[in-house]
Design a protein around this ligand. Structure first.
Ligand SMILES: Cc1cc2nc3c(=O)[nH]c(=O)nc-3n(C[C@H](O)[C@H](O)[C@H](O)COP(=O)(O)OP(=O)(O)OC[C@H]3O[C@@H](n4cnc5c(N)ncnc54)[C@H](O)[C@@H]3O)c2cc1C
Length: 491
């Protein structure tokens, strides 16, 4: 465990959280619930104005239309258990919204933040992916037999129908086409409506007395400030407007921007891009019903398929946007930083001075091929990918989150390293962050996995990170393309 820790004299001492993505939001909520009364969250995005809408200029990983929520976690029972707890909370959040009491601005009692339309994980062959086989064993061992269904099993098919999830058994109509359709159907699963969930969480935090400083120079971290020359004890932060803010604890939760702000993360964390494509389904089209969340599940496709697999997707949203993501290649954007070190940094449609809405041609090809093969009705309607987005993960070498004090920096913590799977825990992850800041139960899973750590020489990491300009997946070496047109772009 990292030392030294923060020395709180009172729960009224100022806590500064930088970043209002899921880690920052959830921490703020749980810290306030635990009695901390002087919490301020800073973010350079003006979320009061744009409400976490990517189209309105947000480029955080959390600012998205949807994210998978699934209990199935292979043999990682600790995440499975945490997801059961998270889903209970997601359902409570839905119930609270439905009650119409204390709604955030721009949300109504008809809004939901979690949709339980199941998640079908298809390998595309006659056998299931090992991860799914492990998930079935782990879920069944936890008494979730009726939630981890094998879609080609007759009894499990009946169970899926009983739960109103018949459409999730074979969402790509493979049986009719004579193709294997054996999959894991996690019936507890579905998706979070990400931007609305963050907006609701921000509202909850405000109701608990958390103060937010959002947007522009006043909300943007410039520098971490120390009490001493040797930089061993944090005193607070300065923001881009030149102001100093004193903090007894500073928690940096800046997603893909964190490794550049807290450079001690070198070798532990790296920022990598996922490629996302959207198919706009017109309201008048017959596909609007076919791909509604009432008729189409959340899905994962060939997750173990290396560079040619790793796809996932969702039912269309209220506006008709159907999102398909590709994670088979984790792209990097190595950039020389002020300290002379090269780190991968996010570049999106909204970053300046460099920006792009394009994604690598390989990613778009894989997504297009998937649509051609598995969702041909999209082509039959003359539809296809209408827009694309790079979305930035913060990967650790072992795929576990990173929540701890920074070694040698008293009062400084990070909560990051979501590694592509943290959104689903928005309602609960903050409780663990506050446990770690208070030094509680850090020797048990899942928290034990999230503490400061180093790669062990000779062990193969889950993610090979920090290969710099020589890495195999450097974004500027790929052929960046737009939805329709394939052309070279300069980063
Ligand atoms: C393509 C993609 C798909 C994913 N799919 C899923 C999924 O299906 N299910 C799932 O559970 N998880 C998923 N994830 C992972 C999940 O989205 C992330 O783990 C999670 O959202 C990360 O949250 P965060 O708070 O760490 O970072 P972010 O959401 O990126 O938030 C960081 C915040 O820090 C702010 N910030 C940055 N720099 C500064 C600064 N200098 N000053 C002030 N503020 C600053 C940013 O504006 C931002 O608001 C996915 C991630 C990606 C990229």
């Amino acid at each position: 465990m990292a030392e030294p820790r923060a020395a709180f004299t009172t729960k009224a001492a100022p806590v500064l959280i930088v970043g209002a993505g899921i880690f920052g939001l959830s921490t703020a909520i749980h810290a306030a619930r635990r009695g901390y009364t002087n919490i301020t969250v800073y973010d350079h995005q003006n979320y009061e104005k744009n409400q976490y809408e990517f189209e309105e200029g947000c480029d955080a990983a959390s600012a998205d239309i949807n994210k998978i929520v699934r209990t199935a976690y292979g043999d990682q029972v600790e995440y499975q258990e945490m997801c059961t707890e998270a889903i209970n909370e997601w359902l409570k959040w839905n119930t609270e919204l439905a009650s119409g009491n204390d709604l955030p601005p721009h949300m109504s009692s008809k809004d939901r933040v979690f949709i339980n339309n199941g998640c079908t994980s298809l390998n595309g062959t006659t056998s299931m992916h090992n991860y799914d086989i492990d998930s079935i064993a782990s879920m069944r061992a936890a008494g979730l037999k009726n939630s981890a269904l094998i879609t080609s099993d007759k009894q499990d098919q009946s169970e899926a129908k009983r739960q109103g999830l018949a459409f999730a058994i074979d969402p790509f109509n493979r049986q009719k086409r004579g193709l294997p359709y054996t999959s894991l159907l996690d019936t507890t699963a579905g998706y979070a409506i990400a931007h609305k969930a963050c907006w609701l969480a921000l509202h909850k935090a405000k109701r608990l007395g958390v103060h937010f400083v959002l947007g522009g120079h006043k909300g943007t971290l410039k520098e971490l400030c120390y009490k001493d020359k040797a930089q061993t004890e944090i005193s607070g932060i300065t923001t881009m407007d030149g102001k100093f803010h004193a903090g007894s604890l500073v928690l940096v939760a800046c997603g893909g921007w964190t490794p550049s702000l807290v450079t001690e993360l070198d070798g532990l964390c790296e920022t990598t891009a996922g490629s996302v494509a959207f198919v706009k389904i017109p309201r008048g089209s017959t596909l609007f019903e076919r791909f509604s969340p009432e008729n189409f599940p959340t899905f994962m496709y060939k997750m173990g398929g290396g560079k040619n697999g790793g796809l996932y997707g969702f039912a269309r949203d209220d506006r008709g946007q159907m999102k398909i993501g590709y994670r088979g290649t984790k792209y990097t954007n190595p950039t020389m930083q002020a300290d002379g070190k090269v780190r991968s940094v996010p570049v999106t449609r909204w970053t300046r001075p460099f920006h792009t809405s394009q994604i690598p041609g390989h990613a778009l090809n894989i997504i297009n091929q998937f649509i051609d093969e598995e969702l041909p009705e999209i082509r039959a309607e003359g539809l296809g990918v209408t827009s694309t987005r790079l979305c930035w993960y913060t990967d650790t070498f072992d795929d576990h989150y990173l929540i701890d004090y920074v070694p040698g920096k008293k009062n400084l913590m990070v909560a990051t390293g979501g590694s592509g799977h943290a959104f689903k825990f928005l309602p609960v992850i903050g409780r663990h962050v506050v446990d770690i800041w208070e030094g509680k139960e850090t020797n048990t899973l899942p928290k034990k996995n999230w503490l400061w750590r180093k790669q062990v020489m000779g062990e193969t990491p889950y993610n090979v990170i920090m290969q710099g300009h020589d890495g195999p997946n450097v974004l500027s070496n790929s052929n960046l393309v737009s939805a329709g047109v394939q052309n070279m772009a300069k980063l």
